[in-house]
Design a protein around this ligand. Structure first.
Ligand code: CAA
Length: 258
């Protein structure tokens, strides 16, 4: 499918999805969100793709939901159309790993979009924030919920109540991002991480993603039980036999996703 607000490039088992509305700092309007969800679905269904990288431009991953598009909407309209209600579910339904590669502004819906991915690699220029309070609203796609789970109540309150931005160093220190890399190397590093994941058994990578995500929903004991059941189930796969045999034979594993 031809997209107008994103660019998709599939190479070496990695789908690189680039948000591309430079004039609006990649503000998330309805067209971009719809195209992004379609591209993610297509990447998830594409046998050639084993990992997805979501990125923006050097200046902005995304500066939030499109303020121009929503400023005149009424309560009845946003409630009826369930504004931003679908995107979280659509991203959560993607079973292949998704890395957010964030440079520049990741604000409001942009920060929330990055947090919907499985982990965030940030450039040293990244700035994260939930400045919705300055617009007379609160975050609407996870900024009060996911951010709190990432960085804890105190910092989340600080971000959501003052609207201040967090730089890359603070974001890494707070557990929001997994690593910080020089801006010029962001795509290279994120793609390398994606290729590392692509080398694993896809079956196992999807199971690991599922298990980590369950930790958000379950009590510790329920989560540990879920994890153990999935761990046990891996012994029904050929990839478990291959992975362990390769270790014992001191060679690289040849996973076949079986
Ligand atoms: N929506 C629509 N357009 C946006 C936008 C947004 N979120 N963010 C930036 N733009 C547009 C600007 O209007 C401007 O367009 P024009 O040239 O046509 O005027 C263009 O992008 C460049 O922006 P600036 O001139 O403002 O660039 P800057 O470098 O001076 O500032 C910035 C950059 C600090 C990111 C500033 O643009 C900004 O504060 N943006 C808004 C951030 C924000 O409030 N995000 C939250 C949105 S609400 C939300 O996301 C709700 C939710 O949880 C779902």
């Amino acid at each position: 499918m031809a997209f107008e607000t994103i660019i998709v490039d599939v190479e070496d088992h990695v789908a690189l999805i680039k948000l591309n509305r430079p004039d609006a700092l990649n503000a998330l309007n309805s067209q971009l969100l719809s195209e992004l969800c379609t591209a993610l679905d297509e990447a998830d269904a594409n046998d050639k793709v084993r990992c997805i990288v979501l990125t923006g431009s050097e200046k902005a991953f995304a500066a939030g939901a499109d303020i121009k598009e929503m400023s005149e909407k009424t309560y009845v309209e946003v409630f009826t159309e369930n504004l931003f209600g679908e995107v979280g579910d659509r991203v959560a339904a993607i079973r292949k790993p998704i890395i957010a590669a964030v440079s520049g502004y990741a604000l409001g819906g942009g920060c929330e979009m990055a947090m919907m991915c499985d982990f965030i690699i940030a450039s040293d220029t990244a700035k994260f924030g939930q400045p919705e309070i300055n617009l007379g609203v609160i975050a609407g796609i996870g900024g009060t919920q996911r951010l709190t789970r990432f960085v804890g109540k105190s910092k989340s309150m600080d971000m959501n109540l003052t609207g201040r931005f967090m730089n890359a160093e603070e974001a890494e220190r707070s557990g929001l991002v997994s690593r910080v890399v020089p801006a010029k190397k962001l795509i290279e590093e994120a793609t390398a991480a994606a290729q590392k994941i692509a080398e694993k058994s896809q079956l196992t990578a999807m199971a690991a993603k599922e298990a980590v995500n369950r930790s958000y929903e379950l009590t510790l004991n329920e989560g540990l039980l879920f994890e153990r059941r999935v761990f046990h189930s891996m012994f029904a796969t050929e990839d478990q036999k291959e992975g362990m045999a390769a270790f014992l034979e001191k060679r690289e594993a040849q996973f076949r996703d079986k």
